[in-house]
Design a protein around this ligand. Structure first.
Ligand code: KIV
Ligand code: ZN
Length: 418
């Protein structure tokens, strides 16, 4: 059931529906080695729309003319009701908020995402602002954004290292000023899942007007805990996740969208939550991002890596050939991977070789198969992966068509005289 906030805005989705906020084109794109041109960002935005993300953070309008233009072009393509909400990041300043509003103007649904650091180290070393000054800038920034659009998100940057009393005060003030989403970032990837859950619970219980906003979470992966922390936040009541395709993002990256979505999808009994993502678009979106940024996906990356549904060990291949569920907890096609791959290598056994030969149209008879298998193992010791053309050449060497014809004739004669 959708709840409305005090401003008549949709404040919280159905209790079990998680809103997916993709920041590949902002947090991801701003990290070293991942920058994209406007036309590349527009192509990626189309893939994210096909994936059905709820909110697409297209960039940081005030950060550069190129980012402004990218947001504007993405907004121009998002004019129908089925398009995602298009979002721009903005510091809590007039100039930033104005730029965000202008870049987003063509979109049917637009969100301004105002952020301001709240932790002691950021206040002292970076902002040189007192708590009072941070509070004032938050309220002014959110109110100004709210005069441009009804959909305003506020992020207390480095929330994870902010004193809880102050966090409660800032969040409450941001909501009172008109924020409809409160995003709590673990900016430096420092929290443990238990601490993350605790932060969300405290905010939920201590901020009096919290029901007027949706709680979001934004986790960095410095300790490899981004996805675990995101799932812990959901367990504690957050209902928006900020994430990126392939987990790209500042330093060690953000929580990977595909991992969060498939954890919820594959383990409904553990989480009881769902998203609106078309999971079959996960693999195509991952490939496109890798291609556009020139950063290949690691082979062993969960869900979208080349090995995610590949099997080489003989025992595993045998199992998968009997029933894929022996070693696969998801269907490859559910994430858009065409099929599981049986990789032929030195660990493969007879079952996998025989299945691959059959797929290539070969059905060696007894001793031919044994000779093929022996030669295949010798080749596999020298080569990491045996390709179909390697197999074809082995078949050419071992299965002699002339012998086959003679065997066939003598077999028929034997049958006649039996
Ligand atoms: O990591 C962070 O704190 C951010 C905010 C701007 C949300 O990216
Ligand atoms: Zn971030």
């Amino acid at each position: 059931m959708t709840r409305m906030n005090g401003n008549g805005q949709e404040a919280e989705p159905a209790d079990n529906r998680v809103s997916v906020f993709d920041t590949s084109l902002r947090d991801g794109e701003q990290s070293p080695g991942f920058s994209m041109t406007t036309s590349q960002k527009v192509r990626m935005a189309r893939a994210l729309s096909a994936l059905k993300v709820d909110v697409l953070e297209a960039g940081f309008a005030a950060s550069s003319p190129g980012d402004f233009e990218s947001i504007r072009q993405i907004a121009i393509e998002a004019t129908d009701a089925g398009a995602p909400v298009i979002c721009s990041l903005a510091r809590a300043t007039e100039a930033d908020i104005e730029a965000a509003g202008e870049a987003l103007a063509p979109a049917a649904k637009k969100r301004i995402h105002v952020f301001l650091a709240t932790s002691p180290i950021h206040r002292k070393a970076k902002l040189k602002m007192t708590r009072g000054e941070v509070l004032k800038a938050t309220v002014e920034g959110v109110a100004m954004a709210r005069s441009i659009t009804n959909d305003v998100q506020f992020s207390p940057e480095d929330a994870g290292r902010t004193e809880m009393d102050f966090l409660v005060e800032v969040v409450g003030s941001a909501i009172a000023a008109g924020a409809t989403t409160i995003n709590l970032p673990d900016t430096v990837g420092y929290l443990t899942p238990e601490e993350m859950a605790e932060m969300i619970s405290e905010v939920r219980t201590r901020v009096p007007n919290i029901n007027q906003a949706r709680i979001s979470v934004h986790c960095h992966n410095d300790l490899g805990l981004a996805v675990a922390n995101t799932l812990a936040a959901l367990g504690a009541g957050a209902r928006q996740v900020e994430c990126t395709i392939n987990g790209i993002g500042e330093r060690a990256g953000n929580a990977a969208l595909e991992e969060i979505v498939m954890a919820l999808h594959t383990r409904p009994e553990a989480f009881g939550l769902e998203t609106g993502i078309d999971t079959r678009q996960l693999y195509p979106a991952s490939r496109l991002l890798a291609e556009l940024t020139g950063n290949p996906v690691p082979r062993n990356k969960a869900l979208v890596g080349r090995n995610a549904f590949a099997h080489e060990a003989g025992i595993h291949q045998h199992g998968v050939l009997q029933d894929a569920a022996t070693y696969e907890i998801m269907q490859p096609r559910d994430v858009g991977v065409p099929e599981s791959r049986l990789v032929l290598g030195k660990h493969s056994g007879r079952h996998a070789l025989s299945a691959r030969l059959a797929a290539l149209g070969h059905s060696p008879i007894d001793d031919e198969f044994e000779r093929l298998f022996a030669d295949f193992k010798i080749m596999a010791d020298r080569k990491q992966e045996i390709t179909d053309s390697d197999l074809e050449s082995l078949v050419q060497e071992i299965i002699c068509p002339a012998n086959r014809a003679r065997d066939h004739v003598s077999g028929s004669i034997r049958a006649i005289y039996r």
